[in-house]
Ligand binder design. Sequence first.
Ligand SMILES: [Zn+2]
Length: 442
Amino acid sequence: MSDFDTIIRGATVVAAGEATIADVGISGESFAAIGPDLAGSTEVEIDASGKVLFPGLVDAHVHFNEPGRSEWEGFATGSAALAAGGGTCFIDMPLNSAPPLLDVGAFEAKRHAGERRSRLDFALWGGLTPHSLANLAALAGCGVAGFKAFLCPSGLAEFEAADEATLREGMKISADLRLPVAVHAESPAALAAHWEKFPPPSPGTMADWLASRPVSAELAAIEMALACARDTGCALHIVHISSPEGVDLVTAAKREGIDVTAETCPHYLLLDAVMACEIGPAAKCAPPLRPAATVDGLWKSLAAGEIDTIGSDHSPAPPELKQGNDFFAMWGGIAGAQHGFPLMIERAVREASWPLLAALVAGNPARRFGLGGRKGRVAGGWDADFCLLAADESVIGREDLLSRHAISPYVGRRSGWRVASTWLRGEPVSPATSGRFLVPGR
Ligand SMILES: [Zn+2]
């Protein structure tokens, strides 16, 4: 019997806060040894010199929309796209599946769909809405990773926004359950006040859409959520922060001792307002894309270590919902699970570092959402989840897209890095790979 099942030799390994050339030995589903010139016999030996061995992404923010809206995406296509982008694990949002994940029945249906069709390991978010408060404890018993709330309308009538009283009550319950609450932070009151002064035209262009959702609405919502976290002691996660000012509020709250983390998404780091107008419907999202100066500010926050996690917020929709001339009427959401991460690498390594990038996309989300100890790091005894990255230039083509619909804001964009392969629990991910449902630890 061999000492290892697989040894990957000579890659630059991003592990333990460093990026150094090493060999990585895998036994069964786990990393067994990491070090220079590993001795011992192995069944499979792979020369990865020139490549980077990077922890598999733990994407805590995807919308795969199954069951119920799998014509928009689905576990099979969504997980295939994420795996092609270096992902090995995801936490699916409670919407836009139908029904949304607001009760035990919806949880069971989604868990079964994921177990049947996901190529990657996964956990599930429950929903926090005015009508789900009574279900949170039962959902915690099922093993959800936490609860997601929208502070403004979600776009779906069946997933209602949480007003301040609902959020406060939900966070009180979640604190007792020792689960985090994630919020979409845009204040409906601040948006309404802005629209009063600057009524959005109908139909409206992409530029009108961008102008209709100012950073001030994000800040007002973050402040409200932080006040609830301060009062309830609940762990708070602000998803898709689009501005450095939003990150600043989180940083100040952390100094105050509030248990809060900040997520941003690749599209807020890769795309700006000018690009959004050029790209069109594929770049519509909320909060919207921001001016280049805001993007640069977000990169400064990232490099300063003030952002905790990066999630793709992969949220596709069929082409018929992403067309027309009214950017207010068309569906929002960016399909970025496949290319967001590889496209970020160049600037992230230049302005931050490989280990910080690994913490943002893998180590931190795994730890924050109860998957630490098995997911998110290249370390002995942890699941052998990783990707091999190659510094190859390419231009992203529509034919490369693995999502259900070939829509992406990154088509035509040059990428300096390519995901050469993605490995889940010691094996390369393929259409035959079967993902497991993960119950996060508390
Ligand atoms: Zn989302």
